[in-house]
Design a binder for this molecule. Structure first.
Ligand SMILES: Nc1ncnc2c1ncn2[C@@H]1O[C@H](COP(=O)(O)OP(=O)(O)OP(=O)(O)O)[C@@H](O)[C@H]1O
Ligand SMILES: [Mg+2]
Length: 262
């Protein structure tokens, strides 16, 4: 059975694209046929974050009726299939948002998992992914504005007949996870699916245009993302064996060679 997840937030910049790209990569790595679609057609950034910014055909051209959907599917990391949106303003103006649903229906026929990176806010292009998905996942930061906006998206999702699976709390810094989970579940009224810590490697991986789960697989954010992806795939999470407390020889060598001067 195909599962369609829309990754939404309300407030901008909470980590939707980071999570869509990394959860998608992990699901693909777990052997699931996974597609990632950038439904943020106004401010596309899935393509940018995977080095696909020069993709000649994007969701824009598909929505403009100029190209076939097959031409906009690109190979991503670990076998993830990526449908980026374009970054040009002209492309955005020509894209017919009413065709979005047909495009999603077409992709759903081909995969096991479809992840949709939704735009921030409550624009028309943002509402379709909320209604079309089997489950909406809210990405929320532990701050008031983000929580209030996530609540709006939850209500909007229910109004358009969609369903919210739960929330992911991203960019958490030194908080008691248990208390935070309880508070968030009480306020949003949905389960917390996972907590991702603030992790400087997220930005490093993103500048390298490589998902953090591949670039820094054992960093704290990667571990948290892997756990959520395993849950979504219905598979048990296995933490990769780290060779002893001191790390393996290669680890120690690279630490010695690249130790930061302070
Ligand atoms: N766990 C984290 N630790 C540190 N930085 C993070 C983390 N998650 C995301 N970021 C950083 O936060 C910024 C916003 O992330 P991202 O682009 O994924 O958010 P978004 O919700 O897709 O934003 P937009 O609403 O603009 O599409 C990026 O610079 C990203 O590197
Ligand atoms: Mg984004």
């Amino acid at each position: 059975m195909v599962k369609v997840y829309t990754i939404a937030s309300g407030k901008g910049g909470t980590g939707k694209t980071t999570l869509s790209v990394n959860l998608g990569t992990m699901l693909a790595q777990l052997g699931k046929e996974t597609y990632l679609m950038d439904a943020d057609i106004g401010m596309a950034n899935v393509g940018l974050s995977l080095g696909l910014q020069d993709a000649p055909v994007t969701l824009h051209e598909i929505l403009a009726g100029k190209c076939n959907i097959n031409d906009a599917i690109y190979k991503g990391p670990a076998g993830l299939k990526v449908i980026p949106s374009g970054i040009s303003l002209q492309g955005f103006q020509q894209a017919d948002q009413d065709k979005m649903r047909d495009v999603m229906d077409e992709i759903i026929k081909r995969c096991e998992f479809l992840l949709i990176d939704a735009p921030a806010g409550i624009s028309k292009d943002g509402v379709v992914p909320l209604a079309v998905a089997d489950e909406v996942i809210l990405v929320v930061n532990p701050e008031l504005a983000s929580i209030v906006d996530a609540l709006k998206i939850k209500i909007l999702t229910e109004v358009v007949g969609g369903h919210v699976l739960g929330s992911i709390i991203n960019r958490v810094d030194q908080e008691d996870y248990e208390i935070l989970t309880k508070k968030m579940e009480r306020v949003l009224g949905v389960k917390v699916l996972g907590i991702i810590p603030e992790d400087a490697n997220v930005r490093r991986a993103s500048s390298a245009k490589v998902p953090i789960v591949i670039k820094f697989p054992t960093s704290p954010a990667s571990k948290a993302i892997k756990r959520i992806a395993s849950d979504l795939a219905g598979m048990a999470y296995k933490e990769e064996a780290v060779a002893g407390k001191r790390g393996g020889f290669i680890d120690r060598l690279s630490k010695a060679l690249f130790k930061k001067k302070s």
